[in-house]
Design a protein around this ligand. Structure first.
Ligand code: SF4
Ligand code: SF4
Length: 110
């Protein structure tokens, strides 16, 4: 099963979603530590809660407020970037080079 985010990431298997749905503090702690180092950010345990990019409910703060692709697609009233006539725009293309599985997901939805 997959739950594809606007950017193509599979939210279903994202640790922030899994930590939220399973109320798993050990996974929250591990994810906060790993993402803080990976993204050079101060990610706290309480940030690691998310229902998924397009689902109702709590969001990981970066995905809710910091993701320009999500904002852009929502302004265009698209369900995901794969529906966009500019797909893949420069910003998305740059992101997809780092997350190739997200490109596979978006390509499969086109
Ligand atoms: S929207 Fe939430 S579940 Fe999806 S990638 Fe971002 S943090 Fe993970
Ligand atoms: S321009 Fe299109 S492909 Fe690029 S971020 Fe916006 S919606 Fe996504």
């Amino acid at each position: 099963m997959k739950m594809i985010a606007i950017c193509g990431i599979d939210c279903y298997s994202c640790p922030a979603r899994l930590a939220f749905v399973n109320d798993d503090d050990a996974l929250r702690e591990k994810t906060a530590r790993e993402w803080s180092s990976q993204f050079d950010a101060d990610i706290k345990l309480e940030h690691v809660n998310c229902t998924g990019c397009t689902a109702e409910g709590v969001k990981f703060p970066h995905c809710e407020h910091g993701c320009t692709m999500r904002k852009c697609a929502m302004e265009k009233k698209l369900d995901h970037c794969g529906q966009c006539i500019e797909y893949p725009c420069e910003e998305l293309a740059d992101f997809l080079t780092h997350v190739p599985e997200a490109k596979v997901n978006l390509d499969s939805l086109r």
